[in-house]
Design a binder for this molecule. Structure first.
Ligand code: TRH
Length: 387
């Protein structure tokens, strides 16, 4: 037994529900804890195929593999005996294996157990962040990412903003990016848009507006759920081009490279959770398609984020964001109006995005998580929290 309250090892459990957000966040956090903070990290994931989409050298057939400083393990039904790490994270409330929970309960010094929650800008988050949930003899703590100092902040790699700025000021890196995507660097007057999206009824209307507009638009669509709609729009054409719009489909790239796509574009359409955060770090205007929930609670979540994000903008810029985001999330609106308003405010939205990224960057999730773990660890070591 050691009294050192700083966790040296961390087990992250990830149950992939659908899409790439659950594993995307878990994999990002795992890498950061291992490579920036030197923890021994194991990532238990129940769907290695999804993991392999985000990590090039991953092998979905291997039960155990070391990737980028992280031990990645298949989380199968027959969970093997494992001695628990000092910090245990269940991503998005997934249920830990019974045998692992029992092993945690048997430790003299109980591991710090965190439930890393989904991201939301809603006001109630501040009140729930760090709340304990006793599971005698263990205690599980809620840890909420968020946008204020009273939340856990956002995942941000130590060098990300410096790498972004280097990319943005270096035509050589930019050219290399476009070449790797199979293209020449677009002409300066071309509006470059990345579009990562679920199925979306607003797509044809927006494509029409871009096709009929005065400015050339290059729209880069990572392969995925929206592709059938893109194909339907262009019919059997071998080249996806209409009027002033050209669409290129990109292969899904590994997670680190996705940032480059966001940096290289002028406007980014993103979805879910993790790509939305990455678009914020890119410091460019973006349009968010929130993950739709059956009970429609996602509308409140979307509005809460819009409110905090646009709090310092002009009423016109806020209205422009509101209109286009609403349309893009299946709400009412007219593509031509919504796009025009957004386009008219692009300079201000650019500035807003830059200031937003700079201000948010002071609130780093991994650092906050480790600080909190250390706090709990200290209480444990001195038996202040009764465990
Ligand atoms: O894939 P998503 O729709 O995930 C969603 C959300 O996380 C949602 O909150 C959750 O409830 C649901 O899954 C189950 O969108 P998200 O969160 O943006 O995750 C996509 C990940 O894929 C992100 O880490 C970025 C990464 N990515 C790549 O690595 N390469 C690519 O080419 C692209 C387009 C994305």
């Amino acid at each position: 037994m050691t009294n050192n309250p700083m966790p040296r090892s961390c087990d992250i459990f990830c149950n992939v529900i659908d899409n790439y957000g659950d594993i995307g966040v878990s994999w990002r956090l795992a890498r950061q804890l291992a490579n920036e903070f030197g923890l021994d990290v194991r990532l238990f994931v129940d769907d290695l195929q999804s993991f392999a989409k985000l990590c090039l050298e991953a092998d979905a057939a291997l039960d155990v593999q070391n990737r980028r400083g992280v031990e990645v393990r298949l989380w199968s039904e027959n969970f093997p005996e494992a001695s628990p790490a000092s910090l245990v994270i269940d991503a998005f409330g997934c249920a830990l294996p019974e045998s692992y929970l029992a092993a945690m309960a048997q430790q003299d010094l109980k591991p710090v157990w965190i439930n890393l929650e989904y991201l939301s800008a809603e006001a109630w988050v501040e009140g729930c962040h760090k709340l304990p949930s006793p599971r005698p003899p263990l205690t599980r703590y809620f840890f909420f990412p968020g946008f204020t100092r009273k939340t856990g902040g956002l995942l941000l790699e130590r060098d990300l903003l410096a790498r972004r700025d280097a990319f943005l000021s270096d035509p050589v890196q930019q050219r290399a990016f476009w070449q790797s995507a199979g293209m020449q660097m677009p002409a300066a007057d071309t509006l470059k848009i990345s579009l990562f999206s679920y199925e979306n009824d607003a797509l044809p209307g927006l494509f029409d507006v871009w096709a009929d507009g005065e400015q050339p638009v290059l729209c880069l669509v990572p392969e995925g759920r929206i592709l059938p709609q893109v194909r339907q729009y262009f019919g059997d054409d071998a080249i996806y081009s209409r009027g002033n719009l050209q669409v290129r489909v990109l292969p899904f790239v590994e997670q680190e490279r996705y940032d480059e796509l966001l940096w290289a574009c002028d406007i980014n359409f993103v979805r879910g959770e993790d790509s939305c955060v990455r678009a914020q770090w890119a410091g460019k205007p973006f349009v968010w398609q929130i993950y739709p929930q059956q009970d429609k609670v996602h509308w409140e979540k979307l509005q809460a984020f819009l409110d905090v994000y646009s709090a310092k903008s002009s009423p016109e810029a806020r209205a422009a964001l509101q209109q286009l985001w609403q349309l893009w999330n299946g709400g009412a609106g007219q593509a031509a109006h919504a796009w025009q308003a957004f386009d008219n405010r692009c300079d201000e939205l650019n500035l807003l995005a830059k200031v937003w990224a700079r201000e948010l960057s002071a609130n780093n999730l991994a650092l906050n998580l480790l600080d909190f773990s250390q706090e709990i660890g200290t209480m444990r070591a001195f038996k202040i929290d009764g465990q």
